[in-house]
Design a protein around this ligand. Structure first.
Ligand code: ATP
Length: 194
């Protein structure tokens, strides 16, 4: 199975692009959403998180205590790194298992941090979705009812888009000037030939 990653900065249009691939019957694994599921339900991962952050990391009903976890990792970079070192391999394993059970020419995995965490090296191809920062901020402010400064701050904390495009096999321009559907179709044609 060919595994293709889709990444890009906040509001670049990763999910929008993946929805178009889904219309072409390509299965998509949304890594950030699955990470949340695993943190709530994967017994092995949960026990490792409890060892790292303490029993308080989980509510009595077994759900992740997001507020508590956020309060720790946002003020302790080392703990955040350690948490990521637990979550990312669990997600990779789950995605691999998921991918092996798909019946298509290739599968997609969408995540914001494939380049930052190095996971892209384990994928066969990487698609990076790009859009001008101003456009991304405008779109996220509208989508999340957020404000300009907050979104800008989150973008400034991410790896610059240019660094992601350096390791891309395919780049999708989602500035709005070029047809997204046309670009996705072109990549899809290439991928099914591989
Ligand atoms: P995040 O990193 O925050 O999860 P994302 O990269 O997955 O974001 P999307 O959610 O796909 O980005 O897009 C952000 C917002 O911009 C959405 O509301 C989406 O509908 C809108 N959007 C995406 N592409 C375009 C476009 N070409 N023109 C106008 N709006 C767009």
């Amino acid at each position: 199975m060919i595994n293709v990653g889709v990444t890009g900065g906040i509001g670049s249009g990763k999910t929008t692009v993946c929805k178009i691939f889904e219309q072409l019957d390509i299965p998509v694994y949304y890594a950030d959403k699955e990470a949340k599921r695993l943190m709530n339900h994967d017994i092995e991962l949960k026990s490792k998180i409890k060892i790292l952050l303490g029993d308080e990391a989980y509510h009595r009903n077994g759900r992740l205590n997001r507020k508590f976890v956020a309060s720790i990792v946002f003020s302790d970079k080392e703990k955040l790194e350690k948490l990521n070192e637990l979550v990312h391999p669990a997600v990779r394993k789950d995605a691999k298992h998921w991918s092996q059970n798909q019946n298509s020419k290739y599968t997609l995995q969408e995540a914001a941090l494939f380049v930052e965490n190095g996971s892209y090296k384990q994928l066969d191809y990487l698609i990076v979705v790009t859009a001008p920062i101003e456009e991304r901020i405008k779109r996220v402010v509208k989508r999340d009812n957020s404000n300009f400064d907050e979104v800008k701050r989150r973008i400034d904390n991410q790896l610059p888009e240019i660094e992601k495009t350096k390791v891309a096999d395919f780049i999708i321009d989602n500035s709005g000037n070029t047809s997204l559907i046309h670009q996705v179709w072109k990549i899809h044609r290439e991928l099914i030939k591989m």
